[in-house]
Design a protein around this ligand. Sequence first.
Ligand code: FES
Length: 164
Amino acid sequence: MTRRIFPAHNTCYRKIVMPNASPEFNTKRSFLKYLMVFVSGFIAFFSSWGIARFVFSGTGQKVDRTISKELFQSINREKPYFIPQAEAWIIKGQNLSESVAFDDRCTHLGCRYKWNQDKDLFECPCHGSEFDIHGQVLRGPATRHLPRLYLTEASSQMLRISEH
Ligand code: FES
């Protein structure tokens, strides 16, 4: 503990370190020390947890990348169609092999982009990246195109959206 006292000549005052501080002071000091350690650890834990979650699993939830054939049949071919549970956009072609899908995460920093019907392109709200209907970058800061996903048969009722 430091305490400011006036010297005898009253010309200035200086800090004096108290080597034998009272037990009450030591308790407060210890408490503050442990509080600082706890708060720092708390911040460090949640920061690294958030980063790890972002890097390794995106949303941290398992994504169901299947859709029913019935839903696929009902999709309009004129514009991209969003499948929320699959977290993907589908662009329906003449048939399954001509249809493509894109993960709904921007290739810049992972925000969810949306289809802008007026501009006829995908637009990311975070930093303004734009992609055409084929997933090609029209405007940065994103530099990578949207990776293509494929639609394949999963069962007699269902289709799978996957990277291969
Ligand atoms: S995350 Fe999409 S532009 Fe930055």
